[in-house]
Design a protein around this ligand. Structure first.
Ligand code: 2P0
Length: 324
């Protein structure tokens, strides 16, 4: 009997964003990126290969996926089967621990956990660099979720050279990321589709590559020096410049809604009153606010009044992949 293996991986929020692929099949990005792994949002995935199965059996949050819905996972398992000359199908059980109203990215934690559980269940004992490369084949942001704390995904130029490595795994810095759940619905334009449209149609795409190169050079020493303001200024500007690619694509699109703009305004107002905090957001309307732990009571109170306490979730730096 093949063993069942369980892995837990946490999601991450990019401070310097990944937005565009150089190779859409291998998921090689156009640029490097840098993220913070978060403790509050994670996926637990168990994988077992079973010779008696006639197809992969994939359950997410207790729901059996159809062949179509499970296609990405099935394709990912094929990669693992290729690496091990294994032919049997697998039973996959995945639970996303993303607080109540979802709306927060789970592909990063999902494919990182799947990479860990599937590779070990197939008998591979990959180191974390190899796991990061494997997770990348499922979803770009999953490349970074193998590691905890501040993580850089080095773009590389092929399958062997494109993987993440930690800048600082155990983050001994009292910072937090406040996630505001402003809309829990699935986004209309997937990241995969959106970033490809930006690469091929935004006239600002080459400028974006320069922005990322500059921001990565600037943010790493700021993080290591615990320079909160410089770190915050870079991550906020980087997020807005990424979103400028959506507005400047053809056809143009945006992930913002009215509440997104209202939350950004609140962050600005808080700063005007002397509370340092900065916003970032991904391919959806939900704003995340980077702040210092000492300011959490004031900041969370403000947002709880504006959007409801149940829509304000405080996250801290989280760990890398774990096995049971
Ligand atoms: C990031 N995002 O760096 C960026 C910023 C969203 C905005 O990575 O096509 O789900 O699977 O590689 O990783 C979301 O895109 O896209 C993402 P694929 P992914 O976190």
């Amino acid at each position: 009997m093949n063993p069942a293996v369980t892995a837990r991986a946490h999601t991450n929020i990019a401070l310097v964003k990944y937005w565009g692929k150089a190779d859409t099949d291998l998921i090689i990005p156009q640029t490097s990126s840098l993220s913070l792994t978060l403790d509050q949002f994670y996926t637990d995935t168990t994988v077992q290969f079973d010779d008696h199965l006639t197809a992969d059996e994939i359950r997410v949050n207790d729901h059996l996926l159809s062949a179509t819905a499970g296609q990405k996972v099935h394709k990912f398992l094929n990669l693992v089967r290729e690496q091990t000359q294994r032919t049997s199908f697998a039973r996959v059980t995945s639970v996303n621990h993303v607080p109540t109203a979802a709306g927060l990215a789970s592909s990063a934690s999902a494919f990182a956990a799947l990479a860990g559980a599937a590779s070990r269940a197939a008998g591979l004992n990959l180191d974390r660099t190899a796991l990061s490369r494997l997770a990348r084949r499922g979803s770009g942001s999953a490349t970074r979720s193998i590691f905890g704390g501040f993580v850089e995904w080095q773009a590389g130029h092929d399958d062997a050279s494109s993987f993440a490595k930690p800048l600082e795994e155990d983050v001994n810095w009292p910072i937090a990321m406040v996630a505001l759940v402003l809309d829990a619905h699935r986004k209309k334009i997937s990241s995969r589709q959106g970033m490809q449209t930006s690469v091929t149609t935004s006239p600002y795409y080459s400028a974006w590559k320069d922005v990322v190169a500059h921001d990565l050079v600037a943010i790493k020493p700021a993080i290591l020096a615990r320079d909160f303001i410089t770190t915050g200024e870079i991550l906020e500007a980087n997020a807005m410049r990424m979103h400028a690619l959506t507005l400047s694509s053809q056809p143009p699109y945006s992930y913002f809604n009215g509440d997104t703009l209202a939350a950004m305004q609140t962050v600005q107002q808080l700063r005007d009153t002397g509370i340092a905090c900065y916003y970032t957001l991904d391919a959806g309307p939900n704003v995340k606010v980077f702040c210092q732990v000492a300011d959490l009571p004031v900041i969370t109170e403000h947002f709880a009044q504006q959007f409801g306490a149940q829509n304000v979730i405080v996250a801290h730096p989280g760990p890398g992949i774990q096995f049971n």
